[in-house]
Design a binder for this molecule. Sequence first.
Ligand code: GLN
Length: 551
Amino acid sequence: MTKHIFVTGGVVSSLGKGLTSASLGMLLERRGLRVRMQKLDPYINVDPGTMSPYQHGEVYVLDDGSETDLDLGHYERFTNSPLTRNSNFTTGQIYLSVIEKERRGEFLGKTVQVIPHITNEIQKCIAALVAEDVDVVITEIGGTVGDIESLPFLEAIRQFSLEVGKENCLYLHLTLVPYLKAAGEMKTKPTQHSVGLLRQIGIQPDVLVCRTERELSREDREKIALFCNVPVQAVVEERDTDFSIYEVPMALVDSQLDQFIVKRLNLPAKVLDLSDWQRLLHRLRNPEVEINVAVVGKYAEHRDAYKSIYEAIDHAGIQVGAQVRVTRLQSEQLETEGPERLLAGCDGILVPGGFGERGVEGKVQAIRWARERGIPFLGICLGMQCAAIEFGRNVVGLENAGSTEFEKDVTHPLICLLNEQKEVTQKGGTMRLGAMPCVLDMASKAAACYETGQIQERHRHRYEFNHAYRQQFEAHGLRFSGTSPDGKLVEIIELDSHPWFVGVQFHPEFKSKPTLPHPLFCGFIEAGVQRRRRRREQSHDNNPSEAESVL
Ligand code: GLN
C-alpha cells in the first residue's frame, strides 16, 4: 500500500517547502523506502515554461521534456525518485484537462464544478504516482495556506485521505516561528493561526516543521503542540543554516522527523545511513583551494534564475576540493563598464542560457575576454551560441555575425532556427525539449570529462548552430566535439588551443547532483583551480613575500 505525505506551507512564502520535501524524500530513501516526489502549483499557467525568470526563477527541464518548477531540481538533487510529467501539475493544467473533457461531453450533461470535478482531477494527479513498487508519495502543495488559489488543492488532499484511509496519509505543515527581538521571545501565534486555517477546512496537520532562526525551547514546542492539537514530538525544529542547503537533511534527522514519520505511517524502514552525505559535508567545509567564477547572465541579480547552475558549480567544487566564490554579473553591465573592471581576478567564466537580445553583447565581450586570456569558459545554450558568434566575428572574421533570434536578416546567421521550429506558432511547450543523445569526438576535452563517447543531455531551445558555417569554423580551430547521432545538430563546441573553452547547446546543470557532480562542471572548475594555482606560482616567482594565497 502506497503511503502519502502532503507538504503544505504557512505564514509566509519562500519557507523552503521544496528543500524540506526533498530532504525528507532523501531520508526516507536512505531508510530503504521507494519514494516518489511531486509538486502541485496553484497558478493558472499550464507550466512555468512561458513565465519570466523574474516571476518564477529557473524553469527546470526533465528527461521527458516537461518544463517544471525549480523545486523539482531539489527533488532530483536529493533523491533518486524518477521525475516525469506526473511530477508537476498546475491549476492551469488541471482546468485545461477538465475543460477538454467537458468539450468532449464526458460529464454527460452535468454542471462542471470545482467540487467535485476539479478536486477529483487533482486527486487523479496524486494517484498517478501510486504503484506497487512505491512506498511513499510526497506531494508538495505550492503557495501558502490562506491563498485563494490553493483552496481546491487543500480540499482535494483532505478528500484524498477519506479515499485511501487516514492511516495512510500524513499532513506535514511547514511554518515559521519568528524571534521577536523587542520581546526577546519566539512567537508561536503565526503558526497557531496558520494551523487554525488548515483545521477550518478540515485538515489536522500531523507534523509541524518549524523554520526558526534560533533554537525552539521545550516550552515553545509544548505551546505549539497544545494550541495546534499535535503531540509535542510532532513539533519539529528546522533551524536556518547559513552554510549550505545540503545540511537540511541533517537538521531534520537531529529533530527526529524521519523517525516520527516512519512510525506514524507504519513504514518498513531500515536504519538510516548518512555516512557518504557526512563525508560530502566534510569536504564542503574543508576546501583545499578557493577560486572565483563569474556567471555572466541576463538575470544575474535574481538568485533563482540560474539555480541549477549555482548548485552544479557547488557540486563540482565539492568534488574538486574547491570553494567556488561565484560573482553574479549582469551581462548589460559589461556593455557599459567593459570586461576589464568586472572580470579581472576571475578563474572561470560561465555564460548561462537565456532568451532575447538584451545583454547579448555583454556576454560576447565576456567570452572574448575568456578566450583571449585563456580563462576557463563554459557556455550553456545561449552561452554556447554567443561563443560561436564571438568566434565568428573575432577569429573567422565574419563582420555582423549573429543569431536570427535577435536580427532576422543578419548578414551572417551563425545561429538560426531549428528546422522543426520553423512552423511553430504556439509558445508553450514547443521548444526542442528534454533528453537527447549526443555523440562525442573522442579526442575532445568533453569526451575526456565524460569518459565515454555517447551521452544524453537535456535541451530547451529553438535555435542551433548553422551547418553552413561548420567547415569555415573548423578551419579556424573550433572543434565540433559533440553532435546529434545523425551529425546534423551541433551540441558541443570547444577550442583545442585554449586551456578549457567549452560551449554546449544543452543544459548539463539539470543532471548534476551533490553525490554525482556533472563531468563538464567538474572539468570547468578543475581548470579554474589549475589557473588559480598557476597564478599563484607566478605571483610567488615575481614577489615571494607577497605571494597570493590559494585559500
Ligand atoms: N534563445 C536560445 C534558443 O532558443 C537559447 C535558449 C537557451 O539558452 N535555453 O535557442
